[in-house]
Design a protein around this ligand. Structure first.
Ligand SMILES: Nc1ncnc2c1ncn2[C@@H]1O[C@H](COP(=O)(O)OP(=O)(O)OP(=O)(O)O)[C@@H](O)[C@H]1O
Length: 695
C-alpha cells in the first residue's frame, strides 16, 4: 500500500493548497472519515475518487468549512477553514455542491448577480464573467429561468456559479454528472486551462473514474480513508493496469485483504512538499494564542470578520424580494391569508345565533294575550318559531329538530299581570306567569339563545316595568369597555397577535403554507444546499438570519397594516389607546414568530417535520395563551405554564392598550413588551447556537 503512495510527483510542485492530517468526522455513531490524510498541491487538479458513500462529500464539506471535523487538522490556502479573516469560506473558494443549490425562481443572470454581490463583484464585472461562462459552459440564454432548465443545464449553471469570481481554489462535487460527453470534455478542458494559466487549484469528485486521468493527482478513497494519492499514470503503472478503474479495483482488493490491519496513509510524497510557509496556521490553536502585536491586528481582523456585512444582508434581502416578485399569486395569498383569517374570526366567532328552530307551545288562545305579544318581540332572524303541541314539541327536541321549547301556560296573561300589580303572589302565580324554556344545552349556542329570550321578554316588552321582574342585581355602566362587549371583542386582540405570530412564524419554518415564497425558504434552502453554498461564498449564519428577519419583517408589516385596517375600520373594533403602541407590539410579536421559526428551521432539516413541529406548538399555545378563553379559567399548574408562553402577556397588553387605553406606564402593558422582547432575544440566540452546533 505504501508503494502506491510513493509514486513520483509531477515536477514543479512547491506548495500545497489543501492539507488534511488525521482527519476524523462522524455522524452520530457512523464514522465517515477515519484518520484521513490528503494533500492537494497548489495549481493542480486533484481527482477525488471513491465508491458512493465512502465520504467524499463529507470530506469536501469539511474542507470548505461547512462541517466541523471531530479530530485532526485541515489547512486550506494557508489557514484552517473558517479561520477569522480567512476567505475560505469566502471569495477564495468556488464551491459546487452535489445538490444543484440554485434558486428556481431566478434567471441565470439573477443567479450570477446574486453570487456576484456576495463576492463583492461590480455589476459590470459580473456581466463580463457571465458572458464568458455562457460561452465556456454552453449555457442557455441568460434570461432563462432556472426552473425551466434541464438537469444538465442546471448543473452547468451551478458550475458557473463556482467559477464566477475566479477563485484560487475550486471544489467541485460531481460537476459532470448528467452532462453529455462533449460538454464534459469541454469542462475538463476549461479546468485544465485555468489551472495552467491562473494557477487555480481544483479538487473534483467524479463517478466517471476514467475522466479523472486528466487530473494531475488522484486520491482513491474508501471507507473514509485514502488508499492512494498520486498522479494517475503512476497509480496505473504501480498496478500494471491500463485503466484507472482497474487500478482502483486492485487497490480495493488489496485493501480488503489487508483489512483492519491497514491504517490510512500517514506520509505520502505529496506531503513532503515544502509546506510550512502556507501551513503556518495548521498546528496553531485557533483560540488561546498568546497576545502580541501581531495578535492585536489579528483580533481586529477577527472582530471585523464577526461583524455582519451589510453587503451580504442586502444581497440576501434582494434575493428574497426577487423571488417574491417571481411568484405574484403566492405573494398575494401570503398577504391576504392573515386578513382572511381575521375576517373569518370577526364574522364567525362571538356573533348572535341566527335561524334557530324553536318549538313554541302556547296554551293561550286569545290573540290579545301577553304570550302572543311577547312572541312577536322575539327576533325572527335569530329564532324561527314553530307552533306545536306539547308532545310534538318535545319529540322534535329529542329528535334533534329543534333547539328548545318555549312554553306558555293557559293563564299566562292573567298570572303575569297579577305578578306585576300585586305585592304578594303565590308560587302558582309566579310559575304560571313565567315563560317556560326547555333547551337542548348540548350546544353552548343555546346559552346565547336563553339570553336572547330574556332580553326580548324582559327588556323589550316590559320596558320601564321590567324592574318589577328583574333579579336583585344591577349592572351599572361598565368602567372599561361597553355593555355590548362581546366574545369577538375579547378574542380579536389575541387573534391579531396570534395570527401575526403564526403567519410570520410559519414563514420561516413550514412548507408552502399558502405563503409559498419566504415561508418555505429557510428549511428548503437548507435542504437544497443553498444555505451551505451561500455560507461557502462567505455569508455567515448571523447574516443569513438577519436578512431573513428583515425580509420577513417587510412581509409581516404589510400583513399587519392590512389586518389593522380590517379590524379597526371594517369591523370597527374599538381602540382607546395609542395606535403606535399597538403596531409596535404586533410587529414585535411578528419578530417572535420569525425567530421562533428560525429556531425550528435551524433544528429541523425537512419541511414535513418543521411543519409538524409548528402545528404541534400552535394548538397548545392557542389554547393556553388566554387568546380564546381567559387565563384565569386555566387550572393552576397549567396556568403557570400559560404565563411563560410568548403570547399570554402580549395579548393581555394589547387588550389593555386597545380597550382600556393604557400606556407604557401600566404594568400589564410594559410587561407585554418586555416579555415579547425577551422571547425575541432568546429565540434568536437559540437559533444561532443551534446553527453553530449543528455544523
Ligand atoms: N447528514 C448526515 N447525517 C448522517 N449520515 C450522513 C449524513 N451525510 C452523509 N451521511 C453518511 O455518511 C456517509 C458518507 O456520505 P458522503 O455523502 O460523504 O458520501 P460520498 O462518498 O460523497 O457518496 P456519493 O458519491 O454517493 O455522493 C454515507 O454513509 C452517508 O449515509
Amino acid at each position: 500500500m505504501k508503494a502506491d503512495l510513493e509514486a513520483p510527483l509531477p515536477a514543479g510542485q512547491e506548495s500545497y493548497a489543501i492539507r488534511c492530517r488525521d482527519v476524523c468526522r462522524s455522524y452520530g455513531k457512523l464514522k465517515v472519515l477515519n484518520n484521513l490524510n490528503l494533500t492537494v498541491p497548489q495549481g493542480y487538479i486533484y481527482g477525488l475518487l471513491g465508491p458512493s458513500g465512502c465520504g467524499k462529500t463529507t470530506l469536501l464539506k469539511c474542507i470548505v468549512g461547512t462541517l466541523k471535523i471531530s479530530r485532526g487538522h485541515i489547512t486550506v490556502l494557508g489557514k484552517p477553514p473558517a479561520f477569522p479573516g480567512h476567505e475560505v469560506p469566502g471569495k477564495m473558494v468556488g464551491y459546487m455542491p452535489q445538490e444543484l443549490a440554485l434558486y428556481n425562481e431566478f434567471t441565470i443572470s439573477d443567479t450570477m448577480i446574486f453570487f456576484g454581490r456576495i463576492h463583492g463583484l461590480t455589476l459590470e464585472k459580473t456581466q463580463e464573467r457571465l458572458d464568458m461562462l455562457v460561452t465556456i459552459l454552453d449555457l442557455p440564454p441568460k434570461q432563462s429561468l432556472v426552473r425551466n432548465l434541464s438537469g444538465g443545464q442546471r448543473r452547468r449553471v451551478s458550475l458557473g456559479v463556482a467559477l464566477l469570481q475566479n477563485p484560487e481554489l475550486l471544489i467541485l462535487d460531481e460537476p459532470t454528472v448528467g452532462v453529455d460527453p462533449v460538454l464534459r470534455a469541454k469542462i475538463w478542458e476549461h479546468l485544465v486551462k485555468i489551472v495552467k494559466e491562473m494557477k487555480v487549484t481544483v479538487i473534483i469528485t467524479t463517478h466517471y473514474i476514467e475522466e479523472a486521468r486528466q487530473a494531475n493527482v488522484v486520491g482513491l478513497m474508501r471507507n473514509g480513508c485514502l488508499l492512494a494519492e498520486a498522479p494517475p499514470d503512476a497509480v496505473m503503472k504501480q498496478h500494471s493496469s491500463t485503466t484507472l478503474e482497474q487500478a482502483f479495483l486492485q487497490l480495493c482488493e488489496m485493501s480488503d485483504q489487508v483489512g483492519s490491519k491497514r491504517s490510512s496513509p500517514q506520509s505520502g510524497p505529496l506531503e513532503n512538499s515544502p509546506s510550512n510557509e502556507n501551513g503556518r496556521e495548521e498546528s496553531r490553536p485557533i483560540l488561546g494564542v498568546e497576545p502580541g502585536p501581531a495578535d492585536e491586528v489579528e483580533w481586529k481582523v477577527r472582530a471585523r470578520h464577526m461583524l455582519p456585512k451589510c453587503r451580504n444582508i442586502a444581497a440576501l434581502m434582494i434575493k428574497t424580494l426577487v423571488r417574491m416578485k417571481r411568484l405574484p399569486g403566492s405573494l398575494c395569498f401570503h398577504f391576504l391569508l392573515p386578513v382572511i383569517q381575521i375576517t373569518l374570526i370577526c364574522f364567525c366567532i362571538g356573533g348572535d345565533p341566527k335561524g334557530i328552530e324553536v318549538a313554541v307551545v302556547n296554551n293561550e288562545t286569545s290573540p290579545a294575550s301577553f304570550s302572543q305579544s311577547l312572541l312577536s318581540f322575539l327576533d325572527n332572524s335569530s329564532v324561527h318559531q314553530v307552533p306545536l303541541s306539547h308532545a310534538d314539541a318535545f319529540d322534535g327536541v329529542y329528535n334533534g329538530e329543534y333547539w328548545g321549547v318555549i312554553g306558555f301556560g293557559k293563564n299566562f296573561t292573567s298570572y303575569l299581570t297579577k305578578r306585576m300589580i300585586q305585592r304578594q303572589v303565590s308560587r302558582e302565580v309566579i310559575d304560571g306567569g313565567s315563560v317556560h324554556v326547555w333547551l337542548d344545552l348540548t350546544s353552548k349556542m343555546c346559552q346565547s339563545l336563553s339570553w336572547l329570550i330574556v332580553f326580548a321578554f324582559v327588556e323589550k316588552k316590559l320596558g320601564s316595568m321590567s324592574y318589577l321582574v328583574a333579579l336583585p342585581i344591577k349592572f351599572e355602566e361598565p368602567i372599561y369597555g361597553s355593555q355590548n362587549t362581546d366574545f369577538t371583542t375579547f378574542v380579536t386582540p389575541g387573534a391579531v397577535v396570534l395570527l401575526t405570530h403564526y403567519s410570520s412564524c410559519l414563514c420561516s419554518i413550514t412548507f408552502y403554507l399558502a405563503v409559498g415564497l419566504t415561508a418555505l425558504s429557510f428549511v428548503l434552502e437548507r435542504k437544497e444546499g443553498l444555505l451551505d453554498r451561500c455560507w461557502v461564498a462567505g455569508v455567515s449564519s448571523v447574516e443569513t438570519m438577519l436578512a431573513h428577519l428583515f425580509s420577513q419583517l417587510f412581509v409581516i408589516s404589510i400583513q399587519i397594516i392590512l389586518q389593522l385596517l380590517f379590524v379597526l375600520l371594517v369591523f370597527k373594533m374599538p381602540n382607546e389607546g395609542s395606535l403606535v403602541l399597538v403596531i409596535v407590539l404586533i410587529v414585535l410579536q411578528g419578530i417572535t414568530g420569525i425567530s421562533f421559526g428560525l429556531v425550528i428551521s435551524a433544528a429541523i432539516d425537512d419541511e414535513q417535520s418543521a411543519n409538524q413541529a409548528a402545528l404541534g406548538i400552535f394548538y397548545p399555545n392557542l389554547i393556553m395563551s388566554g387568546i380564546i378563553w381567559p387565563v384565569e379559567c386555566i387550572p393552576y399548574p397549567l396556568r403557570y405554564l400559560s404565563l411563560v408562553l410568548p403570547q399570554t402577556y402580549a395579548s393581555e397588553a394589547l387588550r389593555c392598550i386597545m380597550y382600556r387605553g393604557w400606556g407604557l406606564s401600566w404594568m400589564p402593558v410594559w410587561r407585554g413588551f418586555v416579555v415579547t422582547l425577551g422571547w425575541n432575544t432568546f429565540f434568536l440566540i437559540l437559533a444561532m447556537v443551534i446553527l453553530k452546533l449543528r455544523k
